[in-house]
Design a protein around this ligand. Structure first.
Ligand SMILES: [Zn+2]
Length: 265
């Protein structure tokens, strides 16, 4: 392949990446809120409605009351234009939660085995909800789509250049690009969003008056859960960071989050 085409490909990818890689939180904990576009918001709402139809919803007040209580306090410190917040507890034993564009948040009943019922329970739940809300206020789903489009565009450019350069097996080069793009770019991108949501979540919970150190406790408990139940693949193959890595990152960020906690009192 001509060197000029390679350089063009690299520049093109970098240019697209720089449009997409815009952090939503800085070193001082200042958050830049991003609103997902209308299409993403209505898609998120439709998907959430479908999940509510397809999955069993819990009305058990042991779960719904703390979720409503903590969500209410978090909503007070978050302004997201066009958000139609909705928090639903799903009967699902896997300790998981999710967020969809537009302000839709799902929490599985299985998370309550991690949250527990002692004095830290609300703060740990705030860490979970704060993290999920952050995926929405940073418009992470939309960023992932833009990012995937950048990769596809780079792939097309590569295809075009291979086509015009008479290479014996262009499919190998393209497969190599796809695999490299996935491992070296798409997966780290998802992990980066997770780290970002951890930090933003710690700020939101601190602003709402919950001790942000509970976010570290949450990930320690999840790490212990994963050690017993599995689910930790090598980090480079994961969309989510390894539990130990996010605990380390959160510990390093804690002085910043604690400043917000102190000033919330
Ligand atoms: Zn997440």
């Amino acid at each position: 392949m001509k060197r000029s085409l390679l350089i063009l490909l690299a520049l093109f990818t970098l240019a697209l990446q720089s449009c997409v890689f815009r952090p939503s939180i800085d070193e001082q904990g200042n958050i830049t809120v991003r609103t997902a576009n209308k299409l993403m918001r209505s898609h998120g709402a439709r998907q959430f409605e479908k999940m509510k139809r397809d999955k069993a919803i819990s009305t058990d007040p042991r779960y719904t009351e703390p979720v409503a209580r903590v969500a209410e306090r978090l909503k007070e410190v978050i302004t997201l234009p066009h958000a139609e917040w909705e928090f639903v507890v799903f009967k699902d034993l896997s300790p998981n939660a999710f967020a969809l564009p537009g302000g839709k948040v799902g929490v599985n009943t299985g998370l309550f085995q991690i949250i527990g019922d002692d004095y830290r329970a609300d703060a740990i739940l705030a860490a979970i909800l704060g993290h999920e809300i952050s995926h929405t206020t940073a418009a992470h789903a939309q960023q992932r789509i833009l990012h995937a489009m950048a990769l596809i565009a780079a792939g097309q450019l590569l295809w075009f250049s291979l086509d015009t350069n008479d290479i014996d097996h262009p499919e190998y080069a393209l497969a190599g690009f796809a695999l490299t793009g996935y491992l070296a770019d798409a997966l780290p991108f998802s992990r980066k969003q997770e780290y970002e949501s951890d930090k933003m979540g710690a700020i939101y919970m601190a602003q709402a008056g919950y001790d942000p150190r509970a976010s570290i406790e949450l990930w320690k408990r999840l790490r212990d859960y994963h050690r017993i139940n599995g689910g930790q693949h090598p980090e480079f193959l994961r969309t989510h960071p390894h539990d130990d890595s996010r605990i380390e990152a959160l510990e390093a960020f804690m002085p910043v989050a604690l400043r917000f906690y102190q000033s919330s009192k």
